[in-house]
Design a protein around this ligand. Structure first.
Ligand code: MN
Length: 255
């Protein structure tokens, strides 16, 4: 199974999760919330075969950590994976909104100038601004809208400009999330859990639980589970090939 958006370092029992990844053969994009956490994740999970670590600065933390932007931009030179980044339009983060737009735009420009990155993007209540930034900057690589909540029009627009969408069991258990998933083209869908924040009922999702979304998607889209499963694996393969072709800029160039 594949989990394209998971906060591996934030589980209460990280050891158990690491063992489970091996036992289940799960591929994980481990997103991070600060540049420092990225360094820690590299030390902790960097040797795991199926884990890739993304460097991020969570939009909800930008207000307190705006000065870490240069670290973030520098580290983007050393990895193909970026996230969690993006914009949160919630009222509780309104004071940092402009800083969030600055950080996100700078990140996108950096990704473009490096020839592209995979980018896992948070866009809660800021779908329009996120799409504007993506449109303004242009070829940023492979943007993945995680737990997306945009309108039907925004979904088709985002797909048109090359966005992927990662959806998970947590998102699909609510009616709004299911409506969004219904509108996402099948050939643009990837799986995620957003664990340990992603939950179903009282259960915290673990990376290998991302596959629960396959049955949910089959029901939502009215096609077989096998069709959903094979298409998502194909999407993952296409994305992996694109990522393989991305280059990592040498450290000295990024200084
Ligand atoms: Mn997240």
């Amino acid at each position: 199974m594949i989990d394209m958006h998971c906060h591996l370092d934030l589980y209460s029992d990280v050891g158990e999760i690491v063992d489970g990844l091996e036992a289940n053969g799960t591929y994980v994009l481990a997103v991070t919330t600060t540049p420092k956490a990225y360094i820690g994740n590299i030390e902790r999970f960097g040797s795991l075969k199926r884990v890739r670590i993304a460097v991020g600065l969570h939009p909800e933390l930008v207000g307190q950590r705006f000065e870490e932007l240069p670290d973030l931009l520098r580290l983007i030179g050393a990895t193909k994976y970026v996230g969690e980044v993006g914009i949160d339009g919630g009222r509780e983060h309104a004071a940092s909104f402009q800083q969030q737009v600055t950080v996100f735009s700078e990140v996108l420009r950096r990704c473009r100038s490096l020839g592209g990155r995979l980018i896992s993007i948070h866009s809660r209540l800021a779908s329009d601004t996120v799409l504007e930034c993506l449109t303004d900057v242009g070829h940023v690589g492979e943007p993945i809208l995680h737990w997306y909540g945009g309108s039907e029009y925004e979904i088709s627009y985002a797909a048109q400009i090359g966005c992927w969408f990662s959806v998970g069991p947590g998102m699909l258990t609510n009616r709004r999330g299911a409506r969004v998933a219904e509108a996402i083209p099948l050939d643009r869908i990837l799986l995620e859990t957003d664990g340990p924040f992603g939950t179903v009922g009282n259960m915290v999702l673990k990376p290998w639980d991302s596959g629960q979304a396959i049955s949910q998607l089959a029901e939502i889209k009215g096609v077989s589970r096998e069709k959903i499963r094979s298409t998502i694996l194909e999407n993952f393969k296409i994305l992996s090939n694109k990522i393989q072709r991305m280059s990592i800029e040498r450290r000295r160039k990024t200084a």
